[in-house]
Write a protein that binds this ligand. Structure first.
Ligand code: MD6
Ligand code: FE
Length: 208
């Protein structure tokens, strides 16, 4: 992994927050549920990009449209596309940017991001708002883990051998940032989903 502490200056964080608010106005936060059982997650989500990640009773997957509105996800903001290019150097653009919204009592259990076809591309994460305690382990759930703080403006890249490592968010520390109007945290994760040469289909194209 690569942790770039305070990579985004406060003014950039504010501009990015404005971008995210505009996205969420078109693609409202929804509550994902666990596969099969249907238990709601504590984190609320939305997406931007040609594909968006979601979880419901049918399972984890990427979809080109919002599960409630049925509309295509809004585009990934230019400043995030630029950040991907500058920091990953990956030859293909990200296809999905998952927006996670944590209220103070929300957390995210240990997981591996492996619903993508392309594991060569890193996952680029941006934190906004209150501090979070992030836990990173190894390839196996039982592997030892290390915890560290993610703060507003931090950028984290999961790449190389950590691309498929277990990780999660144990705790939000409310009141540690003044970026958001209310206590809470936003995390953005940009992903390349399909392999080079796959057809992600532009908005409006039919899938069959
Ligand atoms: C979070 N982050 O920071 C959750 N996944 O709220 C992730 O699950 C994550 O930070 C893949 C790569 C980087 C991440
Ligand atoms: Fe993740």
């Amino acid at each position: 992994m690569r942790l770039l502490s305070a990579h985004l200056a406060p003014e950039i964080q504010k501009a990015l927050l404005k971008d995210i608010r505009a996205i969420v106005a078109k693609a409202p936060l929804f509550t994902p549920t666990m596969p099969r059982w249907g238990k709601p997650l504590s984190v609320r989500m939305s997406n931007c990009g040609p594909l968006g990640w979601l979880s419901d009773k049918s399972g984890y997957r990427y979809e080109p449209v919002h599960p409630v509105t049925g509309q295509p996800w809004p585009a990934i903001p230019d400043r995030l596309m630029q950040l991907w290019q500058d920091l990953t150097g990956y030859p293909l653009p990200p296809e999905a940017c998952l927006i996670n919204y944590y209220r103070p009592d929300a957390k995210m259990g240990l997981h591996v991001d492996n619903d993508e076809e392309d594991f060569d591309a890193p996952i680029l994460s941006v934190s906004l708002g209150d501090d979070a305690r992030f836990r990173l382990g190894g390839r196996e759930r039982k592997d030892p883990t290390q915890s560290f703080l993610l703060q507003s403006g931090d950028v984290l890249l999961l790449e190389g051998e950590d691309r498929l490592a277990y990780h999660g968010v144990d705790k939000i520390y409310p009141g540690t940032s003044t970026l958001l109007k209310e206590p809470g945290r936003i995390n953005l994760t940009m992903r390349r989903v399909t392999k080079a040469g796959s057809d992600t289909r532009p908005e409006g194209a039919s899938r069959d």
